[in-house]
Design a protein around this ligand. Structure first.
Ligand code: DGY
Length: 312
């Protein structure tokens, strides 16, 4: 913020909670630049009000909260933060997998509740990651970073949701097999989601897909909540169709306290923190600021979602 304060005339919402819609509608009409978070919906209504807007910059790699087509129509470039959060998010997807596989949250609660009486050969038996099969759905930067980690764990890796195939494989890639989604779901011990949220990926994992998975499988979502149909997930988890879900993202966010997923012992929910390391969040904030300042000056954004605005 200090970086931007010295370089622009800022109006900042600092109310702690997400920016209220009414506040945004009230203030956006004077703005030439909009620095937003993934919790802010930048849709046609906002853009119509924001008639002076030259740039929208989100402090995230995902931009499903922004009506990019509407921005493009108005010649407004949209900036985001690719690359800087890749490794941190992949670390976290792995952390969720390990937490689920080795029952770390349950074990910690057991100790805290004073239930630990003795060492036992069968206490909190879990699953091994090493040697298991990992299915990666979505093979962009983060999916690939997860695959690199999986190679270090001697996991077999299946990949879907990529236009690449065995023939076009990069020779530096860890060993993996490109398969279709049903094959991936049926053969993976762990399934991790790394697709952006779009019309085509909304409810990509629903009742039919969950049914295809192994009963012992763990589902990890660090992508976007609506990629999974949460009602179908609840049913699959409560019937034992899959063993466990570890969710960094939910639909909606925050998850409602009365959401049935929160009643399940085989579902772990954390508050959208996969990229939340100090270093990475600082890099994301700076990258978003640089995008914003470039747009205000009328320069091309270093990381632009809709570069077609420059070709008009
Ligand atoms: C993103 O950047 O899209 C993440 O969800 C938050 O880091």
């Amino acid at each position: 913020m200090i970086f931007l304060q010295s370089r622009s005339d800022l109006t900042v919402w600092d109310g702690g909670q997400a920016v209220p819609r009414s506040w945004m509608l009230e203030h956006v009409s004077d703005a030439e630049g909009l620095y937003c978070l993934l919790t802010d919906s930048v849709d046609a209504e906002i853009l119509i009000k924001a008639s002076r807007l030259k740039v929208v910059s989100t402090m995230a790699v995902g931009f499903d909260n922004i009506d990019v087509a509407e921005c493009s129509k108005r010649g407004i470039p949209v900036g985001h933060t690719p690359g800087v959060l890749t490794e941190t998010t992949a670390d976290f997807a792995f952390a969720l997998m390990m937490t689920a596989a080795r029952r770390i949250v349950e074990g910690a609660a057991y100790v805290q509740n004073g239930q630990w009486q003795t060492w036992s050969p069968t206490l909190f038996l879990g699953q091994d990651l090493h040697g298991a099969t990992l299915g990666i759905i979505g093979f962009g930067r983060i999916g690939q970073a997860v695959a690199r980690r999986a190679a270090g764990f001697d996991m077999k890796v299946l990949v879907s949701g990529s236009s690449r195939n065995e023939q076009s494989k990069d020779k530096n890639e860890p060993p993996m097999k490109y398969v279709d989604l049903p094959t991936l779901l049926a053969n993976s011990d762990f399934v991790t989601l790394h697709v952006p949220l779009k019309k085509e990926t909304q409810h990509l994992i629903g009742a039919r897909e969950l049914k295809l998975m192994k009963k012992t499988a763990v589902l990890v979502n660090t992508a976007r909540g609506p990629v999974v149909n949460s009602k179908a997930l609840y049913q699959a988890l409560s019937r034992g169709d899959i063993a466990f879900a570890a969710l960094d993202v939910t639909d909606p966010e925050p998850i409602k306290l009365d959401d049935p997923l929160l009643t399940l012992s085989n579902c772990l929910v954390v508050p959208h923190i996969a990229s939340a390391s100090v270093t990475t969040r600082n890099k994301m904030a700076m990258m978003a600021a640089e995008n914003l300042l470039a747009g205000l000056k009328g320069n091309p954004l270093p990381h632009c979602v809709n570069p077609e605005v420059y070709r008009r």
